[in-house]
Design a protein around this ligand. Structure first.
Ligand code: Z5A
Length: 215
């Protein structure tokens, strides 16, 4: 727990990333780690402004590449203002969504040329890859039902929640594809487990992949 690590959580709508981020943070803090939890898009004041514009659907009509540019602009500020300084001070950083969301939502589903997106990713993160990415895998019908159950009366769906079930199924496949191609970084977790059991599985992955490596 002496030095920080960069962990990202990924998965579809309602998979339980925010819930897991809270549980993981609690366990790490109990173990004596100092940490920062954050999210994308967002995490810094300027990036939160961009988040608001994207999720309200104001960028959608410009097309997927423009959306990828906006997510990337938000990410650059988030990395510079929050993630890099937090890691430099020895904190763990747990980030709810990061590069894989752009690869999946804008890349695979938005059909952006993979080479172009990879160049944009490299220019954006400048080498800052997550050390561990937990991919929360869930039947999208369950995830969307969870998101709907959480919605307050009168609250509308956001830019991506409004997409079809077929979109969300492709998204799940795309995440599993990334996990298969990058097994050294990614661990797939069964997000259909109850929150406590999911947190146990995530905690095992963190210990196996990161904490033991330090000792
Ligand atoms: N996006 C993109 O396109 N490109 C990018 O580069 C980036 C993002 C970075 C951000 O939306 C959107 O931006 C996102 C992708 C796109 N698309 N969508 N939609 P967001 O941040 O508003 O939404 P989200 O990231 O999808 O998070 P979410 O909907 O809040 O889901 P979550 O964090 O995974 O789930 P949760 O809030 O922890 O839980 C949802 C509900 O399920 C809640 O009532 C919980 O109590 C319940 N829950 C949680 N875990 C469990 C378990 N294990 N069992 C049962 N019930 C559970």
């Amino acid at each position: 727990m002496n030095r920080g690590h960069f962990i990202t959580l990924e998965g579809g709508e309602g998979a339980g990333k925010s819930t897991l981020a809270r549980a993981l943070s609690q366990r790490l803090r109990e173990g004596g780690a100092s940490l920062v939890t954050t999210r994308e898009p967002g995490g810094s004041p300027k990036a939160e402004e961009i988040r608001e514009a994207i999720l309200a659907g104001r960028i959608k009509s410009f097309g997927p590449f423009a959306e990828a540019l906006m997510f990337s602009a938000a990410r650059i500020d988030h990395i510079d203002r929050l993630i890099k300084p937090a890691l430099a001070e020895g904190n763990w950083v747990i980030c709810d969504r990061f590069i894989d969301s752009t690869r999946v939502y804008q890349g695979v589903l938005g059909q952006i040329d993979p080479g172009l997106l990879a160049e944009l990713e490299q220019a954006t993160i400048d080498g800052l890859m997550p050390e561990l990415t937990l991919i929360l895998d869930l039947d999208p019908r369950i995830g969307l039902a969870r998101a709907a159950a959480r919605r307050r009366p009168g609250e509308s769906v956001d830019r991506f929640e409004g997409e079809t079930l077929a979109f969300h199924r492709k998204l799940r496949e795309a995440y599993l594809g990334i996990a298969k191609r990058e097994p050294g970084r990614c661990v797939v977790l069964d997000a259909g487990l109850p929150p406590e059991a999911l947190a146990d599985a995530a905690w095992s992955a963190v210990n196996e992949r990161l904490t033991r490596r330090d000792s």
